[in-house]
Structure formats: structure tokens, C-alpha cells
Write a protein of this length. Structure first.
Length: 290
């Protein structure tokens, strides 16, 4: 299908963006990678009267090393996460997750900021940001505001961004000694949306789990942190017994809706499978007992 008619603007600075948004109709949309928006236009699921293209705003670009880790500009492409040496060294979970997103063409166009702001519950990156304890940097004419990733995703395709804010960057803590991260998902075909997925970060101290963050995606309206599973691991050495306890505990915080892919019970089964799969990968690496 053809897109509906719309006006178009391409500001090159944040100040120009604020001016464009102030003058634009209420239904105007921001355009970054366009991997979600352009599909809705093609199917006439959305018909904004104006698109504001933010891809020329230099302030939204770049991957920078900071004292605390990384600052990732909103226009960072998925392919950048996959290839960048500093991301692979300081936040390997993001590089691993980027390889699961869609296909090469999507990874070359889709952006970090677009994925997080769209807040698709089946997307990999929102769950990763919660697992890593990242901070979302929102920007507006009033300046910057920092929002913990665990508080940013508020509902189905909904975030904590105010009407006049955009997602400008993400601050990700650097991986620490004794920290292990991993991600796994189950999809019908490579590149499809996940039927169930898990992003995980474990910190170890003297051979025991000192902090666990298991965050599931595609199993609710938002990415879901499995608090009971985290508690089952905390303070314990990683073993087959603690992995089994964590897998059983995931149902305490998951209530996945049935859909075309399967029943709620089937999705809970997949969540347990993913829990065992990711945690056993840590055991297999030999680092979990360090």
C-alpha cells in the first residue's frame, strides 16, 4: 500500500527540533530508523499530518565511553551495537541482543532510541536495559531528565516520556568483574518477533550470586523482571539445584496472555526453558564459580 500524504521537516539541531515540534500539529510523528513507523504508514494504521526526521541531529549520535560505562546516542543503529568494540567489551549483552533483532536490513536502519521509545513488549533491547540497570536520558526544551530503565516502560507501547520529551541517549553501566550476561529467545523463524525471550545479568561475589536480574520479554505488556526467580538465585552458588528453583519461580511474576502463538501455559513453559538455557550457559562457561 502507499503511504498517506504528510508534511516533512528535517531539523539539524535540538533547538530546531523543539521549534518544529512546537509549531507542528498534535499528530506529528518523529522519524528515526522508521522500522516500526513506516510499516504502520504503509498499512494506513497511522496517518500523521507531519513527519519530523531527527536523523540529522548530531547531538543524538555517537557511542561514548564514560567513567561509569557507555553513553549511547538515540540514533545508534542496531548494527552499531553489534559491531562496536567498546559495546562488545563494556556491555556485551547489547551486542548479543543486536544480533537477534530482525534481519541485516533492519539492523542497519533501526535505532536504539526508536526501539526503546516504541516500547514493543516483544523487543529485545528494553529487557536488556532493565537487566543492565541502564538509565534513559530524556531531553526537552527544559533540559535533560534521567529515568531508570526499570521505570521507563509503563505499559503496552507506553513509556514515561512527557509530551515534550524525546529519548536522547542511554547510559549503560560498564560490565564489572564477576558479572555475567546472556540473552536467549524462542521464535518461529530467525528474524521473527520472539514468542518468549529472556535477558539476564548475574553478579557473583566469592562464588555466590550477589545480584540477579532476569527480565523476560514477549510475555506481557512490558518487559517483566522476575523478582521471585531473582530471589531464588541471590546469595546462592549457581548450580543445577538453584537453576531449577529459579525456573520454577518465574511463574510467580509472569502471567503471559494467550495469543496466536500459543496458550499462557505454553508460554510459561517457554519461560522456564529459557531460564534453564541461559543459566546453564553460565555454568558451562566455567566462570560462574569464580
Amino acid at each position: 500500500m502507499k503511504w498517506p500524504a504528510f508534511a516533512y521537516a528535517k531539523p539539524t539541531t535540538l533547538d530546531a527540533l523543539w521549534a518544529e515540534r512546537a509549531a507542528a500539529p498534535a499528530d506529528a510523528k518523529l522519524l528515526a530508523g522508521g522500522q516500526s513507523l513506516l510499516a504502520t504508514l504503509a498499512f494506513r494504521l497511522s496517518a500523521p499530518s507531519k513527519l519530523i526526521d531527527i536523523t540529522a541531529i548530531e547531538a543524538l549520535r555517537g557511542i561514548a565511553v564514560t567513567d561509569g560505562g557507555l553513553r549511547l546516542g538515540a540514533l545508534t543503529r542496531h548494527a552499531d551495537l553489534l559491531r562496536d568494540a567498546e559495546v562488545r567489551r563494556r556491555a556485551p549483552l547489547l551486542a548479543e541482543a543486536a544480533g537477534l533483532i530482525g534481519h541485516v536490513a533492519i539492523r542497519n536502519r533501526g535505532t536504539l532510541g526508536g526501539s526503546l521509545a516504541y516500547a514493543d513488549p516483544a523487543a529485545e533491547l528494553p529487557a536488556c536495559m532493565i537487566a543492565l540497570g541502564a538509565t534513559i536520558v530524556a531531553a526537552s526544551p527544559r533540559g535533560e531528565r534521567r529515568i531508570p530503565a526499570r521505570l521507563f516502560f509503563t505499559g503496552l507501547f507506553e513509556t514515561a516520556l512527557a509530551e515534550d520529551e524525546i529519548l536522547a541517549a542511554v547510559e549503560v553501566p560498564a560490565a564489572q568483574p564477576g558479572q555475567m550476561t546472556g540473552i536467549a529467545e524462542i521464535a518461529r523463524r530467525s528474524g521473527d518477533f520472539a514468542m518468549a525471550g529472556l535477558a539476564c545479568s548475574l553478579a557473583f561475589t566469592r562464588g555466590a550470586v550477589s545480584e540477579a536480574r532476569l527480565v523476560f520479554f514477549a510475555l506481557g505488556d512490558t518487559a517483566v523482571s522476575a523478582a521471585s526467580a531473582n530471589a531464588a538465585l541471590a546469595g546462592q552458588p549457581l548450580s543445577e539445584a538453584t537453576i531449577a528453583a529459579a525456573a520454577e519461580a518465574v511463574s510467580d511474576h509472569l502471567d503471559p496472555p494467550a495469543d496466536l502463538h500459543g496458550t499462557s501455559e505454553m508460554k510459561l513453559h517457554l519461560a522456564r526453558v529459557l531460564t534453564r538455557r541461559v543459566l546453564r550457559s553460565f555454568l558451562a562457561s566455567g566462570s560462574a564459580a569464580a
